[in-house]
Ligand binder design. Structure first.
Ligand SMILES: Nc1ncnc2c1ncn2[C@@H]1O[C@H](COP(=O)(O)OP(=O)(O)O)[C@@H](O)[C@H]1O
Ligand SMILES: [Mg+2]
Length: 227
């Protein structure tokens, strides 16, 4: 990859949780850098801290120690309000479960982050239709989530994550809930979107095909990136 700028810089991240049994140290000084447009997989055993890391990188949670910079901006200095706006503009999330709004159709779900960002309804609709086309769902715009298959629901979630053209998409086991064939098609879609939009993807996954298809594969072992 040519000398692109760093879009995510995490330095010495620590995250511990208080539990009834005492403190649980999950991340223990984890550092990583992701360049603009890079596609990175995060692997590691269940419970090793992959989701914890993604939450910190997306500003959904704060580290016990250490910092996250997104395009040079330190997330820890931001108020909850500013952080929420920042997330909506800069970061797209894809989870194992789609978390689509059940009472809104596919198109409306994709329009939602655009409306939150203050776009007009007609503009959001235009963009939403384009995004559904990109993920191969033009014919499903008016379907409610429950009227879609698992793979289609996840494609809508992908379109929604890309709505505000974020610099970074964080995906937490995006194909964890899909059968092999459907998962494989989702992976191809993610590779294609990464190439087309030069959006950085950071993907926690157990799937070998997806991990191996990324530009870099990082493994978490004992709270840090394995070197
Ligand atoms: N809010 C929380 N409170 C207490 N423990 C937590 C919390 N979130 C995660 N954990 C624990 O931290 C560890 C890492 O969790 P997680 O990041 O979800 O792992 P992974 O995504 O790699 O499977 C697990 O042992 C989990 O039980
Ligand atoms: Mg997880």
């Amino acid at each position: 990859m040519e000398s692109r700028k760093d879009i995510v810089t995490a330095t010495d991240l620590h995250r511990e949780f208080r539990t009834p049994d005492g403190k649980l140290q999950v991340l223990k000084g984890l550092s990583l850098t992701v360049k603009k447009g890079e596609m990175i997989s995060i692997t590691g055993e269940s419970g090793v801290g992959k989701s914890t890391l993604l939450h910190l990188l997306g500003g959904l949670d704060k580290p016990t120690k250490g910092e996250v910079l997104i395009d040079g901006e330190n997330l820890s200095n931001k108020s909850q309000d500013v952080l929420a706006r920042f997330r909506n503009d800069w970061v797209g999330f894809i989870f194992q479960f789609h978390y689509l709004l059940e009472d809104f159709d596919a198109l409306e779900n994709v329009m939602m982050p655009l409306m939150v960002a203050g776009r007009s309804k007609s503009e959001a609709r235009r963009k939403g239709e384009l995004l559904l086309e990109q993920v191969g769902l033009s014919g499903r715009a008016s379907h409610l989530p429950r009227q879609l298959s698992g793979g289609e629901q996840q494609r809508v979630a992908v379109a929604r994550a890309l709505a505000n053209e974020p610099e970074i998409v964080l995906a937490d086991e995006p194909s964890g809930n899909l059968d092999i064939g459907t998962g494989g098609r989702l992976h191809d879609l993610l590779f294609e979107l990464n190439e087309k939009n030069s959006t950085a993807f950071i993907i926690a996954t157990h799937n070998r095909e997806l991990a191996a298809g990324c530009h870099r594969e990082l493994e978490i072992v004992d709270g840090k990136i394995k070197s």
